[in-house]
Design a protein around this ligand. Structure first.
Ligand code: AMP
Ligand code: ZN
Length: 463
């Protein structure tokens, strides 16, 4: 039985989705105005591991991730999401591009990163700008029920009207805002109230703005997640994820909007990933340590080494990134490829049920990846037949996603194997120049051939 820690109850709970077979899952995705950092990817890996674990447990998963391409203001990091500049507008103006050019570019970059990190693609990505009508409809629902009020700069949610406000964060709205570093908007009835719709400033034209029953403007940051989750997954979902910084305000506000509109529990389980730090410090652009996947690759690392690195800490504890730790992770990963690459596959073997069960126990224990890796290494060190170890490793890789199929030497595509056989025939017939030509061809395809003393050969993927 899968157990996960539910931020709502602050307890590890048995995972029981509404439907016995299908899980409805939502993750807050990136704001697409710059390259995501290795910190952000720690959170997306958490989503990926949950998704893979659910599938390993036999569930079908409907998984939505949003792409925030409007309305995420810079003030949210200061504790007040309704102030500051729209990140996308700012980036577009700075780079002299349209908002769509900016968001398309960073969405594309995000997709490439997901692929190289082996992060499974959600069933659907939703872009906030494609759900404006739904966001307006949700705000209208809230308005009809009396949860909203207007100020000079927008339509706000009245948090005092939602009795469960603060349930997720465990804090009252005053406590939440106590640490805020900005002056709250004096027109707000309560400092925790938040914008559902913001008006475009008078006399200015934003790059992205829409008509609404309240005036021209754009949706607040929080409403997009409620509208997209409800429209794509329904009014009650099973599990909602994000980084720990979203728990106090963004997710609290998502709950308030959704539950006041639908009168149903929005998400049964809430999961939050702890932050990644760099060299023991907070990551940030101004700190110069907001590393991207490009930085990781630029230093000669495999993106999957980063994936492996993340598994070194439980998702609910902070993790510290150093280049040295990444190097250790890469060494371990290459060692795994090497060990498995030296094994031979025999017919008629099946994966080990014992190791599958041991592994499942660890991932089902609130996604305990450090322990799951320990089970994986125990498997490699065990005295099981090589072939059984290989097959089991491939089975466990359905969750780990460390690229065994692509990277373990013994798994060679048949076209490559055919070429290697041709080369072997040339070699055995003494046609050295042709044998050499094929060897070079294989090398260009990423494979090396080793001739053994007993006259056989082996094809290996090069690293
Ligand atoms: P953003 O693009 O800022 O909206 O963030 C996208 C996701 O990354 C959110 O779930 C954040 O909570 C998460 N996140 C931001 N910084 C970090 C970090 N240093 N470590 C882990 N997750 C992070
Ligand atoms: Zn969200």
């Amino acid at each position: 039985m899968l157990k996960i820690y539910n931020s709502l109850s602050r307890k590890a709970e048995d995972f029981k989705p509404y439907d016995l077979r299908q899980v409805l899952m939502y993750t807050c995705g990136p704001t697409v105005y710059s390259y995501p950092t290795i910190g952000n990817y720690r959170t997306y890996i958490l989503g990926d591991i949950l998704l893979r674990t659910l599938k390993f447990n036999g569930y079908i998963v409907k998984y939505v991730m949003n792409l925030t391409d409007v309305g995420h203001l810079s003030g949210d990091n200061l504790g007040d999401a309704d102030t500051g500049e729209d990140r996308v507008e700012k980036a577009a103006l700075e780079e002299g591009k349209t908002a769509k050019e900016i968001t398309d570019f960073y969405i594309n970059a995000f997709m490439k990163d997901l692929a190289v990190l082996n992060i499974s693609t959600p069933s659907k990505f939703t872009r906030a700008t494609e759900y404006i009508t739904q966001q307006i409809a949700l705000i209208q629902q809230l308005e009809e029920k009396g949860y909203t009020y207007a100020t000079k700069d927008g339509i706000y949610f009245d948090t005092a009207k939602f009795k469960n406000y603060g349930k997720l964060s465990g804090m009252s709205s005053e406590q939440i805002l106590e640490g805020a570093r900005v002056e709250p908007n004096p027109e707000k009835r309560n400092p925790a109230d938040f914008a559902l719709w913001k008006f475009s400033a008078e006399g200015t034209n934003r790059l992205q703005e829409w008509n609404s029953p309240w005036g021209i403007g754009f949706p607040g940051w929080h409403i997009e997640c409620s509208a997209m989750a409800i429209n794509e997954l329904g009014e009650s979902i099973d599990v909602h994820l994000g980084g720990e910084d979203l728990r106090m305000i963004h997710h609290q506000n998502e709950i308030a909007q959704s539950e006041c509109a639908t009168e149903k529990t929005f998400s049964k389980y809430w999961m939050h990933g702890a932050f990644l730090q760099v060299d023991g410090k907070r990551m940030g652009k101004s700190e110069g340590n907001a590393y991207t996947i490009e930085d990781v690759v630029g230093k000669g690392f495999k993106p999957l080494a980063l994936r492996y690195f993340y598994f070194g800490a439980h998702y609910r504890t902070q993790q510290n990134f150093t280049w040295e730790a990444l190097e250790n992770a890469q060494n371990s990963l290459l060692k795994i490829y090497e060990i498995l690459g030296s094994y031979k596959l025999q017919d008629g073997m099946t994966p080990s049920q014992k190791y599958r069960d041991l592994f499942e126990e660890t991932i089902n224990d609130d996604l305990n990846m450090p322990q799951a890796l320990a089970v994986f290494w125990d498997l490699l060190k065990s005295s099981l037949p090589e072939s059984e170890k290989l097959l089991t490793a491939l089975e466990l890789d359905k969750v780990l996603g460390i690229g065994l199929e692509q990277n373990v030497a013994y798994i060679v595509p048949s076209a490559v194997m055919d070429l290697a056989k041709t080369r072997d025939q040339y070699r055995k017939s003494g046609i050295w120049d042709k044998a050499d030509k094929v060897r070079k061809e294989l090398f260009q395809m990423g494979y090396v051939v080793e001739d053994k003393s007993d006259g056989t050969f082996r094809v290996k993927k090069q690293f």
